[in-house]
Design a protein around this ligand. Structure first.
Ligand code: MRU
Length: 340
């Protein structure tokens, strides 16, 4: 396969490499993701993370394995193992559905390569379209709040919600970004803060519990976040903590926008209750681990509840900013996301 490089994926010497998103920003380690076991392990550990990136990494690996001579039946098995790597982000399933069609082709090796590279190119385009559509909603002098990480690290392009913010910043409209640190795994504190710094966008890092007081002070003009799955009724699954921001935004009259590619839409999923929510290890809540080492503060054997995502009901969302344009609450109520 041709050499390829995005912010956090690389194809080099016909092998897949990933930028370890757990070590950032202290260390920039490119790790091998040369087989299914390695990639699934990276996805479980969130070294590869973000809804679009998970789907793209799985698709690229499948194409590379085909090029290396893996048989069609073994590729079909590999595809199913990759599909089960994480349950909530539907981009993984949507991308692999397309790879499955390519796998059925008589010349499946070239079909898989072609499809995987097309998914990467499309994702860049989707991000650009989202950034353009979303930035039109950003008012000059805005202070925007964002949660988790939705930038170039999580996609093949400029990102989703963070792509909107970056585009609006290029247009001179962003005064400041409030970055939720995003407990428990700190995607905001580690990744979004780093990406904003690299882009030269002014930001302040806050702990998640500080968002309410900022909204009360009137210094949050809009909230922008990404999605792991959008159900047919417009409910959105995203990083844990998004729902509490939505409730706060409603109370304070702050616009609440989701930015996502159409590959995050699940028209067959009727509503948020039907979205599978990943539960993660207790150790993520009882302490913290990273490139600096690890520390535990909770008592040994503390009982823990640790869902990776929550669901924000459609009624709390001001607009769904997709690559196809901005979808309004009225359009969602009329069923624009339902199977047509
Ligand atoms: O657990 P993560 O870090 O993969 O969660 C990521 C998110 O929730 C993002 O907001 C979402 O995937 C959109 S990324 C463009």
């Amino acid at each position: 396969m041709q050499t390829l490089r995005t912010t956090s994926l690389e194809i080099r010497d016909n092998q897949l490499w990933i930028l370890d998103q757990q070590a950032l920003p202290q260390q920039k380690n490119w790790l091998p993701a040369h087989d299914v076991v390695q990639l699934v392990d990276h996805i479980h550990a969130l070294r590869v993370r973000g809804a679009p990136l998970i789907g793209l990494s799985a698709s690229l690996l499948l194409a590379l394995l085909a090029e290396q001579g893996m048989a069609q039946a073994a590729l079909a098995e590999a595809l199913e193992v990759l599909r089960a790597a994480r349950p909530t982000a539907v981009n993984l399933m949507n991308n692999l559905d397309r790879m499955k069609v390519a796998l059925a082709h008589p010349d499946f090796v070239s079909a898989l390569t072609h499809e995987a590279l097309r998914l990467v190119e499309e994702d860049k385009q989707l991000c650009d379209n989202i950034a353009r559509a979303g930035s039109a909603l950003v008012k000059p002098g805005s202070q925007l709040l964002t949660h988790c990480n939705t930038g170039g690290l999580a996609t093949a392009g400029v990102g989703t919600a963070l792509g909107v913010i970056a585009h609006a910043h290029q247009q001179g409209k962003v005064k400041n970004v409030w970055v939720d640190e995003t407990r428990p795994l700190l995607q905001g504190g580690r990744l979004t803060a780093w990406e904003l710094g690299e882009l030269g966008i002014p930001y302040h890092l806050i702990t998640d519990s500080m968002a309410a007081s900022l909204m009360a002070r009137g210094v949050v003009d809009a909230i922008w976040f990404g999605a792991d799955r959008i159900a047919a009724n417009g409910d959105v699954a995203n990083k844990i903590g998004t729902y509490s921001l939505a409730v706060l935004a409603q109370y304070h009259g702050v616009p609440f926008y989701v930015a996502a590619p159409h590959t995050t839409l699940d028209r067959l999923c009727p509503n948020g209750d039907a979205i599978p929510i990943e539960q993660r290890a207790a150790s993520e809540v009882t302490g913290v681990a990273g490139s600096f080492g690890s520390v535990q503060w909770a008592p040994e054997n503390a009982a823990v509840y640790n869902p990776a995502f929550d669901v924000t009901p459609a009624a709390l969302i001001s607009g769904w900013v997709l690559d196809t344009g901005v979808v309004t609450p009225e359009q969602v109520k009329e069923g624009i996301f339902q199977v047509r």
